[in-house]
Design a protein around this ligand. Structure first.
Ligand SMILES: Cc1cc2nc3c(=O)[nH]c(=O)nc-3n(C[C@H](O)[C@H](O)[C@H](O)COP(=O)(O)OP(=O)(O)OC[C@H]3O[C@@H](n4cnc5c(N)ncnc54)[C@H](O)[C@@H]3O)c2cc1C
Length: 326
């Protein structure tokens, strides 16, 4: 019996969220006395090695150019792998693919599903008890999956990735997609990132700004701070609604939910809908000129003052700190 993990390649790298899932599956396998099998499409030897180092015992290596972002195709591939491996537990990342495929797969396998798990399950007989965030991150709930088949999707950035010198065995895996009447034809994939920056859901450092920046022409100091920190930029919803920043930077209840190690919020009031997407951050720094701004209640560190004065000073301090490191 194995724990099956869906892993994905993006721009020549195994996605960080996939490596987290392999780690997570290894923890579940240790608790349930099973092994970890990862399934991946179009991975070269170096990427397969990386998946092994994250804890997979075996990798099903698929080479199929028909597999695109259509969730029906991915679901069929994972379903066939689950059956071939007699997997009783299947793990996805709680990302775009995981959100689309995990529920579909759980319906096909008649499996219980917990979407957005944040902790290693507790094994209770044949059940797994799994923690997830509820009410926009204001509370946690423990769900119990009692069905024979179980599907779990893991909230990205819930665990640091640990690696070892583990080597996985690699088997070629042929997928039969002939039964899938795919209605989606992917003609072109255009990346929203400008090259080099880490996508928001995977970023460990995020510099985010809101309406307090007054206009898009003032984002230079935000980008400068982010660049010097090696952080990804984000924004509040009104900022993206007004087209000051692209929509893929919008975080919150109706945007992307993130859990970086550091979230710096500049000129953002801290409305509940914004907090819903960022309150899983490990450390929150708030810069706001209104000492009554609600965001300060959720902050680990707060700076009361004008962003236009503070942010350049912070960037200078970071530059100096980095220069002294060399
Ligand atoms: C159904 C629904 C869903 C929503 N989903 C989201 C969501 O996903 N994400 C989201 O962000 N919002 C969301 N909102 C909107 C949310 O309620 C707030 O309106 C929004 O987050 C406010 O954005 P803001 O903090 O950038 O702007 P504001 O509320 O205008 O706050 C600007 C802040 O900047 C500060 N400031 C001004 N000048 C300076 C300066 N010079 N230096 C430092 N600070 C300064 C001000 O003191 C203020 O606190 C949603 C709303 C609804 C109704």
């Amino acid at each position: 019996m194995s724990v099956l993990v869906y892993t994905e390649i993006n721009k020549g790298h195994v996605k960080k969220s996939s490596l987290e899932c392999v780690n997570y599956a290894a923890k579940i396998a240790a608790l349930t006395g099973s092994t970890v099998t990862a399934i991946v499409n179009n991975a070269d030897a170096a990427l397969l090695e990386e998946i092994g180092k994250a804890g997979a015992h075996k990798i099903l290596s698929v080479k199929n150019d028909k597999l695109n972002s259509d969730s029906m195709l991915i679901c069929t591939m994972v379903e066939q792998a689950a059956k071939a491996e007699s997997a009783k537990i299947v793990v996805f990342a709680f990302d775009l693919v995981g959100k689309a495929v995990a529920p579909r797969l759980s319906a096909r396998l008649k499996a219980g599903l917990v979407a957005g798990a944040v902790d290693v399950p507790v094994v209770n007989g044949n059940s797994l008890e799994i923690k997830k965030n509820v009410f926009s991150g204001k509370a946690t709930a423990v769900y119990s999956i009692n069905s024979e088949m179980k599907v779990i999707s893991l909230l990205p950035n819930s665990f640091p990735i640990t690696t070892s010198e583990n080597k996985a065995s690699v088997d070629d895996f042929n997928v039969d997609l002939s039964s899938v009447n795919s209605k989606i034809l992917v003609k072109e994939v255009k990346s929203t990132d400008d090259g080099g920056t880490i996508p928001l859901p995977e970023a460990e450092l995020v510099v985010s700004a809101g309406r307090g920046m007054k206009g898009p022409e003032n984002w230079g100091i935000i980008e400068d701070l982010a660049k010097n920190l090696g952080a990804t930029t984000a924004c509040s919803r009104p900022v993206s609604d007004m087209h000051w920043r692209p929509h893929h930077e919008h975080v919150g209840q109706t945007g992307i939910a993130i859990r970086p190690n550091l979230y710096i919020a500049i000129g953002i009031s801290g409305a509940i809908q914004h907090l819903a997407g960022v309150n899983g951050s490990k450390t929150i720094v708030v810069i706001n000129n209104d000492k009554e701004a609600p965001f300060f209640k959720s902050a680990d560190y707060g700076i009361i003052g004008d962003a236009f004065t503070i942010v350049p000073k912070l960037t200078e301090a970071i530059k100096k700190f980095k220069a002294n490191q060399h």
